[in-house]
Design a protein around this ligand. Structure first.
Ligand code: OAD
Length: 241
């Protein structure tokens, strides 16, 4: 007898899913882009102008992420793997999905725990929780930089992420303002038949076909997962025409 294929659940996550683990979001009031100038710390031009400041910014982010723990939303998604094929596509640079136990995690905007060469972008190395300092060099003798996708740079793994979203049976978009493209464009790519739900604290944009849950990730995500585990849908059935 052939095996029954598991429904594919695709999750597009953003900073809001890690907010209740104590990591700041970007665009909420009091968020990182109110405290720091995005052009100074998150662009190649900012890096060229003041690498020390950029390293300081990401060293602080890395230390905060290392001290944070996955929350109930990260853990609920890991639990879902027992019954569904789960693919997490995240804009986050922390590793809280992995530390909660999720095994298929695609990072679109890079990873805090990696450094890369500033002349040879494929030279990436794991640095764990360590700081990157001025004078830390790659094999080619140039300064190491954080492996973060800055504004104006090419997003990582986008084709793979698109493929998974197009195959989604259930699609959860959580903790993202959907302001940053191309990542935000993924929200429009799931099949018409997918059960789609959007969770965020404040929702301004309501993408078509989504069930909307305005609230905290730690409350909403476990409830959504219980619904799916019970074999029910959140949005009305939609059929391709
Ligand atoms: P944003 O800061 O733009 O949006 C955070 C979202 O999380 C908002 O929709 C909030 O309502 C929601 N939120 C906040 N707390 C929440 C909670 N406890 N539960 C659920 N939702 C909550 O963050 P992103 O959309 O992730 O890129 O930002 C996208 C990209 O912009 C980031 O990856 C980063 C940033 O600039 C780079 O730095 C390249």
């Amino acid at each position: 007898m052939g095996q029954v294929e598991k429904t594919k659940v695709v999750v597009l996550s953003g900073a809001g899913i890690s907010a209740e683990s104590g990591l700041g979001t970007f665009r909420d009031s009091g968020g990182l882009w109110e405290k720091y100038d995005l052009r100074t710390v998150a662009t190649p031009e900012g890096w060229a102008r003041n690498p020390e400041l950029v390293l300081e910014f990401y060293n602080a982010r890395r230390q905060q992420a290392a001290a944070a723990e996955p929350n109930l939303a990260h853990r609920a998604l890991a639990r879902l793997q027992e019954h569904f094929e789960v693919v997490i596509v995240t804009q986050n640079v922390d590793d809280l999905h992995e530390r909660a136990g999720s095994t298929q995690v695609i990072h679109l905007h890079g990873k805090l725990r990696e450094a890369k060469s500033s002349v040879e972008p494929i030279e990436v190395r794991d640095i764990g929780d360590r700081d990157i300092l001025i004078g830390d060099l790659c094999k080619h003798g140039s300064q190491l930089r954080p492996n973060i996708v800055w504004f104006g740079e090419m997003i990582e793994n986008f084709d793979l992420a698109k493929k998974h979203v197009r195959e989604a049976g259930h699609f959860l978009v959580v903790g993202t303002s959907l302001q940053v493209f191309p990542a935000a464009g993924l929200a429009t790519l799931s099949p018409n038949t997918a059960d789609k739900v959007l969770v965020a604290l404040d929702i301004d944009l309501e993408p078509r076909g989504f069930s909307i849950r305005e609230g905290k990730a730690t409350q909403e995500v476990p409830a959504i997962i219980d619904t799916w585990l019970a074999g029910k849908r959140l949005s009305g059935p939609r059929y391709s025409v």
